[in-house]
Design a protein around this ligand. Structure first.
Ligand SMILES: [Zn+2]
Length: 371
């Protein structure tokens, strides 16, 4: 019986045709989601490993949805091409020159409709009065502390997770988790590699760029990540990928594009179980909606249903991925990353402010709870 075998030439040609450019000698190429990068895009952010399950990975996380999409297409096309009597290799694109090529005119986002300011304005106008952070805080089912600090972060985490659930907390966005919160059990500082013991610790009060948490609870154990490979092709260990997730509970709604006033009006009218709203420490307001999916696949289906509704209203499609970091309210953000990739400190730290907390939220819009 003929079996499928890896054909490096075909694999490379398919990856390059999807990217529209040749991979360099080490497998690096411009990231397919680079328009979503928050920090500066570098020459060696995105890399494709063709051996084993073919996988592209990016240094940035904000492009995750597009990198996932690239990987799904890559694997599907390679599967077809390598099957007996398969489709073979597509023609090769031009070699990568001295600079990153310009973005294509129309990015490949068929299922991700763009932000539509007219649609948001139209929807927001149905809200009978302005919604401010103060309006939200005054109506929060769990009282919002006037003076917020790390106790607020702990209140927040304990309120939205079940006793015994574990939540990864990050002061470095690209780490494998710097701290752990055990709901009902307190905080730990985590070792940065397998075998290093966690030690009891308060959660961090702030970070150079802020503090994040992984929205889904996790095992907090190092697990093999088959989607992330070392240069020799061996899978890496990680603590923040799909195999570590213990419940597919939340969807993160971020909006960087929409005006805050209109976005807030839209948020309170959405028929979604919004358990929390909080700021980025900047002008953005994020929300956490409970979805309680039974699996990653179910989570993805729910997301796919919500994207056409929420993205025209300003929700960032790049944030709508299942394994997602989001800002931890009640902590301090000391700076932001400039276009050059360097950290610029704020004159004074900014609070990632908790605005609303409703652990028992239902799909009833917030506005209807407070007519
Ligand atoms: Zn990227």
């Amino acid at each position: 019986m003929e079996t499928m075998s890896e054909n490096p030439t075909i694999r490379r040609a398919i990856a390059e045709s999807l990217l529209g450019i040749a991979l360099d000698a080490d497998g690096f190429a411009p990231c397919p989601g680079r328009q979503f990068h928050n920090g500066a895009t570098g020459r060696r952010d995105f890399r494709v490993i063709l051996e084993g399950p073919p996988t592209g990975t990016c240094f940035h996380t904000s492009c995750g949805a597009l990198v996932d999409e690239f990987n799904a297409k890559l694997r599907s096309l390679i599967g077809k091409a390598e099957a007996p009597g398969g489709t073979g290799a597509p023609p090769r694109p031009p070699m990568l020159g001295g600079s990153v090529p310009p973005m294509p005119e129309a990015p490949r986002l068929p299922k991700r409709p763009p932000y539509d300011s007219a649609k948001l304005a139209d929807f927001a106008a149905r809200c009978p009065y302005p919604i401010t952070p103060e309006w939200l805080a005054a109506r929060s089912p769990v009282a919002i502390p006037a003076k917020q600090d790390i106790a607020t972060a702990e209140l927040f985490l304990t309120s939205i997770y079940q006793p015994g659930e574990r939540v990864l907390v990050f002061t470095r966005e690209f780490s494998q988790g710097d701290f752990l919160w055990n709901a009902g059990g307190g905080g730990y500082r985590l070792g940065d590699r397998p075998g290093v013991k966690a030690v009891r610790s308060p959660l961090p009060a702030g970070g150079p760029l802020g503090v994040w948490f992984l929205a889904q609870p996790v095992s907090a154990k190092w697990e093999v990540n088959t989607n992330n490979r070392a240069p020799d092709g061996s899978p890496k260990m990680g603590r923040r990928h799909g195999a570590c997730v213990t419940a597919w509970r939340f969807l993160v709604l971020e909006s960087d594009e929409a005006p805050a006033a209109a976005w807030l009006r839209a948020l309170v009218m959405l028929p979604l179980p919004i358990v929390a709203a909080y700021t980025s420490g900047g002008r953005s307001i994020h929300a956490l909606a409970r979805v309680d999916a039974s699996s990653k696949e179910t989570w993805d289906f729910l997301r796919d249903d919500l994207v056409p509704i929420l993205c025209p209203l300003g929700a960032d499609p790049a944030a709508m991925t299942a394994v997602r970091l989001t800002r931890l309210p009640g902590t301090l953000r000391h700076g932001s990353r400039g276009k050059d990739g360097k950290v610029n400190a704020y004159p004074s730290p900014r609070l990632q402010r908790l605005l609303y907390l409703n652990p028992q939220a239902t799909a009833c819009p917030i506005l209807d709870l407070h007519p």
